[in-house]
Every structure is written in structure tokens, then in C-alpha cells.
Write a protein that binds this ligand. Structure first.
Ligand SMILES: C[S@@+](CC[C@H](N)C(=O)[O-])C[C@H]1O[C@@H](n2cnc3c(N)ncnc32)[C@H](O)[C@@H]1O
Length: 286
């Protein structure tokens, strides 16, 4: 069998199994290509180059086993491969952290917050850093910045430490454990935060792929706003003059607006939608 035929066969199998995507791919074909190329230790971007490569019987069996595991466990592919990609960068992942996919990464990479940031931020806080992907992407985007990356979960911070080391950023990204803002130190020009924000009803309806991720990382209470409700009043003490908050709220805009009717954030359009990420300045929050 040719590699491309294997990808097509796997895609049909994934489709038939009714899997959920959204952890690095959005459809069965892309997920099949990822699994097949990874299993064969081929570059993940090289489908076209290797499409006509003939597979051995052993390779076909290894692919079958991996796809069988994806279907049987309903774990995101990244937990099976131990690696996920965001903005073209690789990150180690396992079940101690969510699979990185925050659209805040896109806001950073595309400079969508630049009009509010003014000069390059000297101190950045990645609050709820989890796998550490946003801290790494921020440190690479602003090469002079010092980044504090904090999380309640010691398990998550162990994964973040691997990713910080993998990208050679140990001198500029400092990992700290703490509840909410407890591990923040002083004032920051930029605060990034992808907190747990999924409301209780949505938590109940999550597909198995999402339930495989740590509940601590996702569940935001009845209206999804538990973490954010304690963050907003405490944040001004940690924002520098002219500082900026970039906050991911996913599909929870209505709950955010109901919880904070006095705030008028800027909603930043990303590939995750028109209103998955909001921006507030220190002046907005004062
Ligand atoms: C949605 S994940 C974000 C991970 C990462 N920043 C990303 O975008 O992929 C949320 C993170 O918040 C952490 N967390 C949950 N409750 C927290 C709290 N009260 N204080 C600090 N961190 C918390 C979780 O451990 C988890 O790593």
C-alpha cells in the first residue's frame, strides 16, 4: 500500500468511528496524515513528498495499532504521540496538561495587540501557563522580555519546564506555582491568560477527547467565570501603567459580559472566532 492510500484509509476509519477533532487538527484527513507520518517517523509537513512511498507490512500493522488506540481510548492524538504544534513550534504534551491550541498564540504571532502595547513589553506574565506554550511563544516574539509563567498545578509546571528547556528559554522564562495571581511578582506590561473557562453545562457535553484533558484546566464553574471573577478585580495591582491583558474566553462571551457589564473589552478576531480572545488595558480595569 502507498502512504497516501494508508492516510485515506485511516481517515475513513476515523470518520466512521465518529471521533472529535480540535486538538491540533480539525478533520479526519489531517489527523490521519499526522498519525501516519508520525508513526513512520517522517516529517509531519511532508505528506506530498512521501505520498507515493510504499509501506511494509510491519509499517501498516504499526499504523493500524496506533489508529486503533486513538479510536479505542478517544485520547487526543497528541497524547499518543507526546507532541503538539502551535504556531509552528513543537511542544511536549501528556495528560498532565491540555493540548496547546490557544488563539492567544495567534494574537502574539500576528501582532494583533501591537496597537495597544506600544513598545515591546519588558515583563510578561503567562497566567495559567499549563504546558508553557504561550510563555515560550511570547518569549520568542519579544526577545528582550522576561516572562513569568505561573500555574496552580505542579504537574503542569513539570511539563512547562520541559518545553521551556526544549526551546532554550530557561534564562528568560521563570516558572512559579501558585493559585491565581499568588505567584505573580510585581507589575507586568502584558498579562496573557487562558484560564479554565468552560461553563458547567458545556463541561457535561464535552466529547471524550476533551474529557481526557485535566478538568482543572477546563472547568470554570456554573457560568465559566469562576477564575475570571477573582482575576479581574485583583489584576490592576499587577499591571504596569499602559499594561495590557489578553484573556481567552472561548465561547463564553455572553457569560463574560453578564459577569462584567461595566467592562468594554476589545474583541480580537482569530481563527477561533470573532470573540474568543479579549483585550483590556490597565486603564479599562482601573
Ligand atoms: C486552559 S489551561 C491553559 C494552558 C496553556 N496556557 C494553554 O493555553 O495551552 C488552564 C490552566 O490553568 C491552570 N489553573 C486552573 N485553576 C487555576 C488557579 N486557580 N490558579 C492558577 N492556575 C490554575 C490549570 O492547571 C491549567 O494548566
Amino acid at each position: 500500500m502507498r502512504l497516501i492510500e494508508s492516510v485515506e484509509r485511516v481517515a475513513a476509519r476515523l470518520d466512521a468511528a465518529g471521533l472529535s477533532f480540535g486538538h491540533g487538527t480539525t478533520n479526519a484527513f489531517d489527523e490521519a496524515a499526522w498519525l501516519v507520518l508520525w508513526r513512520l517517523s517522517l516529517p509531519l509537513h511532508a505528506l506530498d513528498a512521501f505520498a507515493q512511498r510504499a509501506l511494509t507490512a510491519d509499517e501498516e500493522a504499526a499504523i493500524d495499532a496506533l489508529v486503533g488506540e486513538r479510536i479505542a481510548t478517544r485520547k487526543p492524538a497528541a497524547y499518543l504521540t507526546g507532541e503538539a504544534w502551535l504556531q509552528g513550534l513543537p511542544f511536549h504534551v501528556d495528560e498532565r496538561v491540555i493540548v496547546p491550541r490557544s488563539p492567544i498564540a495567534e494574537v502574539i504571532a500576528e501582532g494583533l495587540a501591537e496597537p495597544w502595547l506600544g513598545e515591546s513589553p519588558a515583563r510578561i506574565l503567562d497566567l495559567c501557563t499549563g504546558n508553557g506554550s504561550l510563555a515560550v511563544i511570547a518569549a520568542l516574539a519579544w526577545r528582550e522580555a522576561q516572562v513569568d509563567a505561573t500555574d496552580l498545578s505542579a504537574d503542569a509546571l513539570a511539563v512547562a519546564a520541559r518545553n521551556v528547556a526544549r526551546h532554550g528559554l530557561g534564562r528568560r522564562v521563570r516558572l512559579r506555582q501558585g493559585e491565581g495571581l499568588a505567584a505573580a511578582a510585581g507589575r507586568y506590561a502584558l498579562v496573557l491568560c487562558n484560564p479554565p473557562y468552560v461553563n458547567a453545562a458545556s463541561m457535561q457535553a464535552l466529547p471524550p477527547e476533551y474529557r481526557a484533558e485535566p478538568e482543572l484546566a477546563l472547568a470554570g464553574g456554573a457560568d465559566g467565570m469562576d477564575f475570571i471573577r477573582s482575576l479581574i478585580p485583583a489584576l490592576p495591582a499587577h499591571l504596569a501603567e499602559g499594561g495590557v491583558l489578553l484573556l481567552e474566553v472561548g465561547h463564553e462571551r455572553a457569560h463574560f459580559e453578564a459577569a462584567f457589564p461595566q467592562l468594554q473589552p476589545v474583541w480580537l478576531a482569530t481563527s477561533a472566532g470573532e470573540d474568543a480572545v479579549l483585550l483590556l488595558t490597565a486603564e479599562d480595569l482601573a
